[in-house]
Design a binder for this molecule. Structure first.
Ligand code: GLN
Length: 509
C-alpha cells in the first residue's frame, strides 16, 4: 500500500536550498538551465514538457541562482515534486531501463503479418516498433520508432465513445449500443438481442457512437470536433490525417456498409440518421494518424481520469472514463479480450495498424505500435510487451498491493518500507509512544538501528526523558553501549541531562 505522503505541492518546502544544492553539485552558487533540465529529465520530466517550457521562458536567463530558485520552485510545483521524487514512479530511471530491456526482448519477435486489406497498411515496414510511456504526473520516455506516424484504426473507438457519453449521457448512448463483450470478431455481422451493436469498441458500435456525436453540426465540423479532441488529448500536438488510408477504407468497406444497413433495419440509429455520413465519419476517424510519443499522452489522460497530465485540461468526465475503462478491459482486444483481461488485467485497445493503447489506471498510459498482427488482429509485439510488463510489475488490476509478491511495485520509493519503519521508530521513541514502538517492533523494526548521527531509539527516549520507553527498550535487551557521533552512550546522555531516574535504569546491569 502507498503510505500517504504529504505532497510538497500542498506544503511549502522547509529548506528549498537543499534542493538547490542537489543540482548545484559543485557548490558554485548557481546552475544552468541545462543542468536543471537534465535533473528533471532523469525524473521523466522532458524538455518539451509545457510545464517546463513556461518555466524556461519566464526565467529568461540561462543561470539560476539561490534567490531565483526559491521563486521558481513556488511557481512550478512539478519541479519540486520531481526533484523530491514524489511523482507516481519515484525511481523513474530504473523503471525506464527495465522497460528498455523488455522492449529489446520483445523486438526479437518477428511473428505475425501486417494487415493487408488495404495497400496503405500492407506497405508499412513490418519491423517498426515503438513504445511510449506517460505517467499521470507527466513523466515520459519513448523507445524505438516513437516519432513515426501510423493510423489510429480501432484505437479511435474509445475516444468516440467518451465523446458520445460526455455529450449525451449514459442512458441515451446505451439505448443505442450495448456494453457486453461480443466474443466475435470486430467486424462480424452480428447484433445483440435488442438489435444493437454489442459494445462501442467493435465496428458496429463505433459507427453508432459517431452517428450520435454533434448531430447539429456539418460533417466537416463534426470531424474537426473529433480531430481537435485528439489534439487536446495529445497535449496540443495536432495529429495528421491520412487521406490515402481514408480513401482505401471507403473503397473496401462492404462489411461496414453491411453492418450499418443491418443496424438501420433493426432501427438501432436515432431517426434521421444519414447512414453514409456516419460511415464516412467512421472511416475518417480510423484514418487519423499520430505517433506513440504523442499518443502516450492520450493514454495517460485516460489513466488520469480524463485530465491531461501535461496541460491539466479536463478532457473527459471522470465517470465517462471509468465506463470507458470497464469496456476496454472487457472488450478492447477483439475476441482476445477475455484472455487479455485474464493475463494482463488492464484496459487496452488495439487497432489493425498494430497500434495498442494500454492504461494502468491512476499510474500511466502506454502507447505501443508494431504492425505485425496475430490471427485475431492484435499487434504480436504489443501483446508480448504487455505480458512481459505484467510479469515484472504489479500492474494487473488484481495484483495484490497489500502483500509482498515476486513482482516489483514501481510506485514505491527506494528503501521506502524500511525507511518508514525506521523513522517512525525513532520518532515514537522521542515522543514516548510505547504502543507504537511495540507495533513497529511487531512489524519487523530493528530496535537497535540508529540514525545518521548514530542516535538510537534509546538515545532519543533518554533525551526526551521517557522512562517508560527506556525501561521497555532495556527489557528488550537493546544495545545500551552504542555511541552517537559525539561519542555519547544513552547513560552518558542521561547523566549530562541530570535525569536521575533514567541514570538509575541505565546503570542497573
Ligand atoms: N478500419 C478498419 C475497419 O473498420 C479496421 C478497424 C480495426 O482496427 N479493427 O474494418
Amino acid at each position: 500500500m502507498q503510505p500517504s505522503f504529504p505532497s510538497s505541492a500542498e506544503s511549502p518546502l522547509s529548506d528549498p536550498q537543499a534542493l538547490f544544492r542537489l543540482i548545484d553539485r559543485h557548490g558554485r552558487g548557481f546552475f544552468s538551465l541545462e543542468e536543471l533540465q537534465l535533473a528533471l529529465a532523469a525524473e521523466g520530466i522532458l524538455p518539451d514538457d509545457q510545464r517546463i517550457g513556461r518555466l524556461m521562458q519566464e526565467s529568461g536567463e540561462t543561470r539560476i541562482d539561490a534567490a531565483q530558485w526559491e521563486e521558481l520552485l513556488q511557481r512550478h510545483h512539478i519541479v519540486q515534486r520531481a526533484l523530491l521524487k514524489e511523482l507516481v514512479i519515484p525511481e523513474f530511471a530504473a523503471f525506464r531501463q527495465s522497460l528498455e530491456e523488455i522492449f529489446e526482448e520483445t523486438k526479437k519477435n518477428e511473428k505475425g503479418k501486417v494487415a493487408d486489406y488495404i495497400p496503405q497498411l500492407a506497405r508499412v515496414d513490418p519491423d517498426q516498433f515503438a513504445v511510449s510511456v506517460c505517467t499521470i504526473d507527466g513523466q515520459r520516455f519513448s523507445l524505438g520508432d516513437a516519432s513515426t506516424n501510423f493510423c489510429l484504426q480501432s484505437t479511435c473507438k474509445p475516444v468516440n465513445y467518451c465523446l458520445a457519453m460526455d455529450e449525451l449521457g449514459e442512458e441515451k448512448v446505451h439505448s443505442h449500443v450495448g456494453r457486453e463483450p461480443s466474443g466475435r470478431t470486430f467486424n462480424e455481422l452480428s447484433l445483440n438481442n435488442d438489435g444493437l451493436p454489442h459494445n462501442p469498441l467493435i465496428n458496429a458500435g463505433a459507427i453508432m457512437c459517431l452517428s450520435l456525436l454533434k448531430r447539429e453540426l456539418s460533417p466537416a465540423d463534426r470531424f474537426d470536433y473529433v480531430f481537435d479532441t485528439w489534439r487536446r488529448l495529445c497535449a496540443g500536438h495536432a495529429p495528421a490525417f491520412n487521406n490515402a488510408v481514408y480513401l482505401s477504407e471507403r473503397q473496401t468497406a462492404d462489411r461496414n456498409f453491411a453492418l450499418a444497413y443491418f443496424m438501420r433495419e433493426k432501427k438501432a440509429f436515432p431517426p434521421d440518421t444519414d447512414l453514409i455520413e456516419a460511415l464516412e465519419f467512421y472511416f475518417q476517424c480510423c484514418s487519423i494518424e499520430s505517433c506513440t510519443h504523442h499518443l502516450a499522452l492520450a493514454a495517460a489522460t485516460l489513466a488520469n481520469a480524463g485530465i491531461n497530465p501535461l496541460t491539466d485540461e479536463e478532457i473527459f468526465d471522470d465517470e465517462t472514463v471509468q465506463h470507458c475503462m470497464s469496456l476496454m478491459l472487457t472488450c478492447g482486444m477483439y475476441d482476445f479480450s477475455g484472455e487479455f483481461a485474464f493475463r494482463i488485467g488492464l484496459p487496452a485497445k488495439s487497432g489493425v495498424s498494430g497500434a495498442l493503447f494500454l492504461v494502468v489506471p491512476n499510474v500511466m498510459g502506454i502507447s505501443i505500435w508494431s504492425p505485425r498482427l496475430d490471427k485475431i488482429g492484435n499487434s504480436v509485439r504489443g501483446v508480448e510487451f504487455c505480458e512481459r510488463l505484467i510479469e515484472r510489475y504489479n500492474f494487473h488490476l488484481f495484483d495484490s498491493l497489500t502483500r509482498e509478491t515476486a513482482k516489483i511495485n514501481p510506485r514505491r520509493r527506494k528503501y521506502e518500507g524500511e525507511f518508514h519503519r525506521h523513522i517512525h521508530l525513532l520518532y515514537a521513541a522521542s515522543c514516548g509512544d510505547l504502543d507504537e514502538i511495540k507495533r513497529l517492533e511487531a512489524a519487523g523494526a530493528d530496535l537497535n538501528l540508529s540514525d545518521y548521527d548514530g542516535r538510537t531509539a534509546l538515545h532519543l527516549a533518554v533525551a526526551e526523558n521517557r522512562p517508560e520507553v527506556v525501561a521497555y527498550l532495556l527489557s528488550r535487551q537493546v544495545d545500551r553501549t552504542k555511541q552517537d557521533r559525539w561519542g555519547n552512550t544513552p547513560l552518558e546522555e542521561a547523566r549530562r541531562l541530570e535525569f536521575a531516574a533514567l541514570v538509575g535504569l541505565l546503570a542497573r546491569g
